[in-house]
Design a protein around this ligand. Structure first.
Ligand code: MG
Ligand code: MG
Length: 631
């Protein structure tokens, strides 16, 4: 696939954008004219810069309000076009993008527009240039790609072709069917953008919410398949106007764009092998669950964290053969406390303070997972291992933490036996069975990025994004889940800088795991056991329980147990959800215990209650919460 991206998609100045685009691996770029107007160099400088970086200039864009003008205005348009042709020749690109006219001064008429393009086509042809015509969803006379194609068809000029843009097509609610009737060589450029399904006017929607394919809800696959069927062989170019991208880092956005294109090409290759023939990647990795969560802490915090794990019913089950690393287990959950003074966990601790530095995930095939991840531009990670230790393949995840990959059978299933010596600690249990979900906090403008990371590499899909009220602002929450519920990740992002999610980022120096939820099949028994171990939970106001009792026909003894134990409750159809939160460890991260009864959500209705309770505690104390010794 020939890949390109419009400079408007990225933050920064033109030089920064071009460097990020080249580094991500795009072969070409569309120069957005406003980026050139604010560029300090000359057209020659730009040409040389692109040549040095090894990116071709696929197009110059946009030229606005051209067709259907009359009198002086029309003459002025041709005058301007000549000036832009001069510039394009200096810069070294042969394609000009003209988007459909939005000017009230323009006169409609397909034949009039076709005649304008035919005349412009002669001018372009004499210089070896081409012009592509794109229907804007809000064009005054032409807003449908089928009409734009009719203009191009009637212009009947080899230098005049069509530009297709997935966003404009779907913004008008059009289908892709008519694309297959257009000869592939008459299409000069294909622009790709996705978008979440929002009920906004198409201009605001387009200018603020476009995103890379895979990050939104439009049928970009169907669009691509239709384009591929025409035999089109030109560039696929990202043209994304998005506030998150313009606030974020250009290198990361460019990398996300390449990830999106590679993912899309792979998906199309596997689904439409007759028309799309790209390189074949291993399939999206099936996540079978979280095998372990590793915490990087110092020795003092490690002791207190161990006490907290003990109070949650975990057993100190193993010691690493050569390192300051402890294993704590319960059900299928393994928590690892790493207090080493060098290696990855230590550097993570130095950078972020106490917190989760790695997650171990069980997948069907680790080699395939690594191959897919590396092809999708994930960064693999290796560190030296001592003789006898396993080298567990890993990639960099959220906030520089690691995602290790394990298998249910074979050598990679033997990590506990090979690297840990069992302790003789007595059996304990509070009924926790597995990791239910992991919640990661990040800047709002990183959410789309990490969403695509998870959904492109793994067989995971995004659920609806939710807005959750924090006492100090809104928090966006995006759930990413596997069909069978074996893997659930919740991404939280906040733009307001005083929300709990934002304060976490400030204190953690970046994105990371904010809470981990464990599953139980009997929350009342689990909480009773944990309270007997001296564990204290987040305090929930009585008003919440008054409301619950009024809202649902709860059996009186259930209502009382919820209230007495500070357990939160939610219902969805006939599904029920029970959840309880520990108090925050050093104001940094916390744990949740959940019981699901035919319920697939995360208790979103309770999130504002929880956030308010946590804000209250964070304000109240400002000192670490006491963690009770296990009795
Ligand atoms: Mg466009
Ligand atoms: Mg949760």
């Amino acid at each position: 696939m020939r890949t390109s991206i419009a400079t408007v998609s990225l933050s920064g100045n033109l030089t920064e954008k071009l460097k990020a685009i080249a580094a991500a691996g795009y072969t070409a770029v569309e120069i957005f004219e406003a980026d050139f107007l604010s560029y300090a160099g000359t057209a020659r400088d730009l040409r040389n810069l692109c040549a040095d970086l090894g990116v071709k200039i696929a197009a110059w864009q946009p030229f606005r309000d051209f067709e259907g003008m009359t009198g002086k205005a029309r003459a002025q348009c041709f005058h301007l076009a000549r000036a832009k042709f001069d510039l394009m020749q200096e810069v070294g690109t042969d394609l000009m993008l003209i988007c459909s006219n939005v000017s009230p001064a323009s006169v409609g008429g397909i034949d009039r527009a076709a005649a304008d393009f035919r005349e412009l086509g002669d001018l372009a042809q004499s210089r070896g240039l081409r012009v592509g015509y794109e229907a804007l969803a809000w064009g005054r006379h032409v807003s449908d790609y089928r009409d734009a194609w009719e203009v191009v068809r009637r212009a009947n000029h080899p230098s005049i072709g069509l530009i297709l843009d997935s966003f404009h097509l779907f913004a008008r609610g059009l289908t892709v069917d008519a694309i297959t009737a257009i000869p592939g060589d008459r299409i000069f450029l294909v622009q790709l953008a996705d978008a979440p399904k929002l009920h906004l006017d198409s201009l605001s929607w387009s200018r603020h919410f476009r995103c890379f394919p895979g990050q939104g809800g439009l049928d970009v696959d169907g669009f691509m398949a239709a384009v591929a069927a025409t035999g089109y062989e030109g560039y696929y170019s990202h043209e994304i106007f998005n506030d998150q991208f313009r606030a974020g880092s250009a290198p990361r956005t460019a990398l996300d764009g390449m990830r999106s294109l590679i993912w899309l090409e792979d998906k199309l290759t596997s689904e439409n092998s007759d028309i799309v023939r790209g390189p074949k990647l291993p399939p999206p990795a099936n996540c079978r669950g979280v095998e372990f969560v590793e915490f990087a802490v110092d020795t003092e915090a490690g002791k207190r964290l161990g006490n907290l794990f003990a109070a949650l019913g975990f057993r100190h089950s193993g010691r690493h053969v050569s390192k300051q690393v402890e294993r704590w287990s319960q059900g299928a959950i393994n928590l690892v406390i790493n207090t080493e003074r060098d290696g990855f966990a230590h550097s993570h601790h130095v950078t972020h303070g106490p917190g989760v530095c790695a997650i171990g995930m069980t997948v069907d095939n680790v080699a395939d997972t690594m191959e897919r991840a590396e092809n999708l531009k994930a960064q693999s990670f290796r560190q030296p291992v001592a003789p006898g230790e396993l080298e567990i393949p890993a990639i960099r995840g959220v906030g520089g933490s690691l995602l290790y990959f394990l298998e249910a059978k074979g050598p990679l299933a033997e990590v506990w036996d090979r690297e840990f010596v069992a302790t003789d600690a007595a059996e304990t249990n509070a009924g926790l069975t597995r990791v239910d979900h992991i919640n990661q906090s990040m800047l709002y403008d990183e959410m789309l990025s990490w969403g695509l990371f998870y959904t492109s590499i793994f067989n995971l899909s995004s659920a609806q994004q939710l807005d959750i009220a924090d006492p100090s602002g809104l928090v966006q929450s995006q759930a990413i889940v596997s069909k069978d519920g074996a893997m659930r990740i919740a991404l939280n992002g906040s733009m307001a800088n005083r929300t709990l999610s934002a304060r976490f980022l400030a204190e953690f120096f970046g994105a990371g795991v904010q809470h981990i939820a464990f599953e139980t099949h009997d929350i009342f028994a689990s909480v009773e056991a944990m309270r007997a171990n001296g564990l204290d939970f987040l305090h929930i106001p009585a008003n919440y329980y008054d409301d619950l009792e009024a809202r649902y026909d709860l059996a009186p003894e259930v209502a009382k147990r919820l209230r007495d134990n500070q357990i939160l409750y939610d219902r969805d159809g006939d599904g029920e959800f029970f959840q309880i939160y520990t108090r925050a460890f050093d104001d940094r991260f916390f744990f949740e215990v959940v019981e699901r009864r035919n319920y697939n959500g995360f208790g979103a209705a309770n999130a504002p209650i929880r956030l308010a309770a946590q804000s209250r505690e964070a304000r109240d104390v400002g000192v670490p919460q006491p963690v009770h010794q296990a009795s």
